[in-house]
Design a protein around this ligand. Structure first.
Ligand code: ADP
Length: 341
């Protein structure tokens, strides 16, 4: 409500009361109107002055302060001194909006702080395990019988495996931080997906043998399947997913890669018959450092970053990734790619 309306209503109430009292004693209509108009005018002026001087100017000041704080200095300078016509109402609206903004800002900061805390503790945890193992083997070598070549070889091999684990972890950490900061943009290319899958299978053949797992990619897929994506990044997606199918697969197991033509996308599915994933873990599987209890207990040297990297790459392509899994039966990771017809 505008200030003058507010003051006028007040003045009207006072003027009417005085005029009625006057009419009650004088019984004169002329006196009634004179009292009414004179008191209306004087009380309007007095109320206006008092409210403006002691209440409104203060509210205007608060309003301007909030308004300036909300806009920030630069914007305020650009807009010049803005004075609202109805500060009481505006103050209420602005304060509400301001409080809402501040609340979401605080929530965001809290989330970031929680993330930073978790991030540091996750990193130190992942570094600690292999580092302490290396330290242990070196100490054992220093104290042990150097003349026992078999023991020396074993300890060195174990230390070396942990050094590799550290190196993989740091490589993954570097990859995820670069992906998250947008340092490595997506370079779209038109390429034949079938060629890429065959290349990845060739590069992982030895590792598959080590884990006793057979890779399947059927002949029917050998006609070209054209997609538009960042070839090297998609290679990383295949490597991470197939590598997981080894780590969480069973000996003599199978991993199959299938592609399906959708309307304007290609769906790729990588299926294993490994240990599977409990349903309760599925929603958080793609989070950084997230690992299921089962995989932790398997003592598999993973960074917990592989799937986070995969998700980042797929989402940077504006595509989607999903997982289906049944414990002790196997898992299927599926992702889409833009199809080039
Ligand atoms: P890690 O380095 O631990 O393998 P990932 O981000 O690649 O990290 O995977 C996160 C977790 O998801 C793994 O620790 C494992 O528990 C689970 N996981 C991933 N792939 C599979 C799979 N094919 N089968 C069963 N569990 C899997």
């Amino acid at each position: 409500m505008k200030l003058w309306v507010l003051v006028f209503i007040n003045a009207l109430a006072v003027a009417l009361s005085l005029a009625i009292i006057n009419f009650y004693f004088q019984k004169n209509l002329f006196d009634f109107f004179v009292t009414f108009f004179v008191s209306l005018l004087t009380s309007y002026l007095v109320f206006y002055y008092l409210i403006e001087r002691f209440v409104y100017s203060k509210i205007k000041l608060i309003y301007k302060l909030i308004h300036n704080l909300k806009l920030g200095k630069d914007l305020k300078d650009a807009l010049g001194e803005y004075v609202s016509a109805d500060p009481i109402n505006d103050v209420e609206l602005e304060v509400k909006e301001w409080a809402r903004d501040k609340k979401s800002e605080i929530d965001q900061l809290k989330d970031q702080e929680k993330f930073r805390r978790e991030f540091l503790s996750n990193i130190s945890h992942e570094l600690k395990t292999p580092l302490f193992a290396i330290q242990g083997y070196i100490e054992a070598l220093q104290e042990g019988d150097i003349d026992d070549p078999e023991m020396t070889r074993q300890f060195l091999e174990k230390a070396s495996r942990n050094v590799d684990r550290l190196a993989f972890f740091i490589k993954d950490l570097d990859a995820i931080s670069k992906l998250e900061s947008g340092e490595i943009p997506v370079h779209y290319d038109r390429f034949n997906l079938v060629d890429l899958i065959n290349e990845v299978i060739d590069s992982l053949e030895l590792k598959a043998k080590k884990y006793n797992i057979t890779l399947h990619f059927k002949e029917k897929y050998h006609s070209p399947t054209w997609v538009i994506a960042d070839r090297e990044k998609i290679r990383q997606v295949f490597v991470n997913l197939i590598d997981n199918s080894f780590k969480y697969g069973n000996s003599n197991g199978n991993t199959s890669i299938k592609t399906f033509e959708l309307h304007d996308q290609i769906l790729v599915e990588i299926t294993d018959d490994g240990i599977g994933i409990e349903e309760k873990y599925l929603p958080r599987l793609f989070e950084r450092f997230y690992r299921t209890d089962k995989s932790r207990s398997r003592q598999i040297g993973g960074s917990g970053l592989g799937l986070a990297i995969v998700k980042h790459i797929i989402e940077a392509h504006e595509q989607t990734i999903t997982v289906r899994s049944t414990e002790n039966i196997g898992s299927t990771f599926g992702f889409t790619l833009q199809r080039e017809k």
